[in-house]
Write a protein that binds this ligand. Structure first.
Ligand code: ARG
Length: 463
């Protein structure tokens, strides 16, 4: 049985059930790389302030490199009785270096150590998620060119509302995912603060140099209060919240495309590689990946609640409860990374069913609002125009025709301000062409935004 690093005051061995109950190595082993980084920075600092010799520092750093490699290669056995990743690394170090290894934990505690590891982990994860979000935005922007001439109905209440260019939809998702990227970048400011040297809760009487370890680890600031930072998991709640909004955006997109993929809509063709079959119905092709992206969004959203419930009411400073933070955060992170990766592939591989979309584009009076705006331009008060067009739509419904099918006399009977130039704005194509306001779904504004997105994503000019 391994001697406990904290075993000094204990007369009894730990109940094995307690070891199993309290261990975190089964999930925090993935922090190994960051634990090693933090420990190496800490060793450099200890030598700099004279708490260990330069030779001891070099031995520690070299041994930590070896240990890191062994863990990465799965060669260092993980043992429940060693609790967590921090104890695994330290005990491997002591096994190799004896008393020199026993010096590493000087002026440090697992409480500031685990916070350091987690912050380094989240910093890494933010960079990874930002990259995946960029890939997804890129997939949407590249779709814009492929679908340049496609008009699709825009919906409110899932009822046909007004027509927009398909590219307007794609760029709408770029905006959402950009806010997600901005939020992560903002979150990073509060993640990237060094807890190292806060020790257990009070700091230390030893002459440590916290600025030095912060600089070595690329932290942009040193936490100003040891009590606060050793109990703080705000950064993890924030990170998980950022992930949960990404999940919400992904689930909206997934839901939309699931609907578009249905026979009833028939807007979309999904690549075979990203659909699956039914075990009983031979004809089925199911959008399982999209459904799971929608379904898995539950995890990061739940993780935010899990973390808030975890930290709520905890007295300062560190409490063992906090060990559970990693389960929520890791799962949220892994889930979003996996979803984003497949989302980009699906956005790239799907095809709009242009004929099916075009065939029904004149259904649903997508040009009704444009007609109302035409009346406004002729000096008709908006509410009056709204009522007039409402009546014309009702007339069309009874005659089973479109607004553009109505003869001029019938249009003029509803409002004498209507001239024969009205036919230039009726019909779905004309209605889209009429959209010119900033940020709208018409050709000019969409082309401008597309240019901006290409530039922002470093895609160069479209040929
Ligand atoms: N495994 C612990 C965690 O994840 C590390 C910190 C343990 N600290 C302590 N005082 N027991 O939170």
């Amino acid at each position: 049985m391994a001697a406990k690093a904290w075993g000094g005051r204990f007369a009894q061995a730990t109940d094995p059930r307690v070891e199993t109950f309290t261990e975190s190595i089964s999930f925090d082993a993935r922090l190994a790389k960051f634990d090693i980084q933090g420990s190496q920075a800490h060793a450099r600092m200890l030598a700099h302030v004279g708490l260990i010799s330069d030779d001891e520092r070099d031995q520690i750093i070299a041994a930590l490199d070896d240990i890191g490699r062994e863990i990465a290669d799965g060669k260092l056995p993980l043992r429940t009785e060693l609790e967590d990743i921090h104890m695994h690394v330290e005990s491997a170090l002591i096994e190799r270096l004896g008393d020199v290894g026993r010096k590493l934990h000087t002026g440090r505690s697992r409480n500031d150590q685990v916070s350091t590891d987690l912050r380094l982990y989240v910093r890494d994860a933010i960079a990874q998620i930002d990259g995946l979000l960029t890939d997804l935005q890129t997939a949407f922007v590249l779709r814009c060119e492929r679908d340049a001439d496609v008009i699709i109905p825009g919906y409110t209440h899932l009822q046909r509302a007004q027509p927009v260019l398909a590219a307007h939809y794609w760029l709408a998702y770029c905006e959402k995912f950009q806010r997600d990227r901005d939020r992560l970048a903002d979150c990073l400011g509060r993640v990237n603060v060094s807890p190292l040297g806060a020790a257990a809760l009070a700091g230390t009487s030893l002459p440590i140099d916290r600025q030095m370890t912060a600089d070595l680890l690329g932290f942009s600031a040193v936490a100003g209060n040891s009590l606060d930072v050793s109990s703080d998991r705000d950064f993890l709640v924030e990170f998980t919240f950022c992930l949960s909004l990404i999940a919400a955006h992904l689930s909206t997109w997934a839901e939309e495309w699931i609907i578009w993929f249905s026979t009833e809509f028939g807007f979309l063709k999904l690549p075979d590689a990203y659909t699956t079959g039914s075990s009983i119905m031979p004809q089925k092709r199911n959008p399982d990946v999209l459904e799971l992206i929608r379904g898995k969004s539950a995890r990061p959203i739940a993780a935010v609640q899990q973390l808030l419930v975890l930290i709520k009411g905890l007295p300062m400073a560190y409490n063992r409860d906090l060990q559970e933070d990693k389960l929520a955060a890791f799962d949220a992170h892994d889930t979003i990374a996996a979803c984003l990766e497949l989302a980009a592939a699906i956005v790239d591989g799907a095809e709009l069913q242009r004929e099916a979309i075009a065939a029904r584009l004149e259904e649903g009076f997508l040009d009704a609002t444009t007609l109302m705006e035409y009346l406004i331009k002729q000096g008709v008060p908006m509410r009056t125009g709204h009522e007039t067009v409402g009546k014309l739509v009702s007339l069309c419904e009874s005659k089973q025709c479109r607004l553009s099918d109505l003869p001029l006399e019938e249009l003029q009977a509803a409002c004498d301000k209507i001239g024969d130039d009205v036919y230039a704005i009726l019909g779905t194509k004309n209605a889209v062409a009429a959209l010119g306001s900033f940020g709208s779904g018409g050709a000019e504004p969409v082309a401008e935004r597309m240019r901006e997105w290409r530039e922002r994503l470093g895609l160069g000019d479209h040929k």
